[in-house]
Design a protein around this ligand. Structure first.
Ligand code: 13P
Ligand code: SF4
Length: 301
């Protein structure tokens, strides 16, 4: 505990000295999320805030693709990621060359890319989406078919909501793909009155047995608007921990799954990153400007 307090104090001083902000995703542990971050939220909120901040330094308490998106949207800021190995199974599932092959195979079909991808993949895309705006983005294209990559389950879940046919890729989130309908049914039997909120990165059969599906920010809004009750968040573990601090009248039922990539970020390495200005995220300017177009097109919706 004393080390935590010492790190928190040091981070506050360093933030002022460097004119830095810390952006924290909802899956960061409570001591990062509640004690040192300046901006908190889902992938969409973090992208918007990265675009708008006038800080000299952005520390991304999240994973590498989020830091790349921040750099794309705010090329004049120094963007730091405290651990370069904080990756993502979805981002690792596809390359820019794969997207070019898909375009050749399905000429004229628009390519919608989840933000959980590398800058190289965004650069090959028509438009990006997050789990918070995927439905709106897909509907905005006005086509009956869309290439939606790399999250197969997100694409299938959006297909079910919109009726628009999806050409998919076999990428999965290693956290959400592990949930099963049987697990949800057992939880319902054990906890009467349980309300189940599932992230759309979960398999469609899991979403089908849930009461609500949405991004982490949409889950937050749901808990805020339905004060109290018993809630199972079918997502990463820190989501319930962070909401439990803000909504003590709600009973959060676990199980949850942990994201090993998000958990690479700690108070200690955030402090080191501000002390040593590590690890700076840099992007090839031509690739960054092509990727920025796809992200900005999404943000304009
Ligand atoms: P959102 O916070 O945008 O819902 O994304 C979840 C996620 O898995 C981010 O890595
Ligand atoms: Fe990637 Fe899933 Fe971890 Fe999010 S939770 S960073 S999608 S592996």
């Amino acid at each position: 505990w004393e080390t935590f307090v010492e790190d928190i104090r040091a981070i506050e001083v360093l933030k002022r000295e460097r004119n830095a902000v810390i952006l924290a995703h909802n899956y960061q542990t409570p001591e990062i999320f509640h004690c040192v971050s300046d901006i908190r939220g889902d992938s969409l909120a973090l992208a918007r805030e990265a675009q708008n901040t006038d800080a000299d330094v952005i520390v991304m308490a999240g994973v590498h693709f989020m830091a790349e998106t921040a750099k794309m949207l705010n090329p004049h800021s120094t963007v730091l990621i405290p651990d370069l190995k904080a990756g993502c199974s979805l981002a690792d599932s596809i390359t820019g060359a794969d997207v070019r092959l898909l375009r050749q195979r399905y000429p004229g079909v628009p390519v919608v890319t989840y933000v959980n991808t590398s800058a190289e993949v965004k650069a090959e895309s028509d438009i990006c989406c997050t789990s918070g705006n995927a439905k709106r983005v897909v509907e905005s294209l006005g086509t009956d078919r869309v290439i939606m990559i790399p999250d197969e389950y997100l694409a299938r879940n959006i297909e079910a909501e919109t009726g628009i046919r999806m050409i998919t890729w076999a990428g999965h989130c290693e956290v959400h793909e592990r949930f099963t309908p049987g697990e949800i049914e057992r939880m319902r039997a054990d906890h009467p009155g349980l309300v189940v909120l599932a992230h759309p990165e979960c398999p469609p059969e899991v979403v089908a047995v849930s009461d609500f599906s949405g991004s982490t920010a949409m889950m937050d809004d749901y808990v805020r608007d339905h004060k109290g009750g018993r809630i199972l968040l079918v997502t990463e573990c820190s989501m319930s921990d962070n909401l439990a601090v803000r909504y003590p009248q709600t009973e959060f039922i676990r199980p949850c799954n942990m994201c090993p990539h998000m958990k690479r970020i700690t108070l200690a390495n955030i402090r080191q990153s501000l002390e040593n200005m590590t690890h700076e995220v840099t992007l090839d300017p031509a690739m960054a400007s092509r990727g920025r177009r796809a992200v900005e097109r999404m943000l304009a919706i």
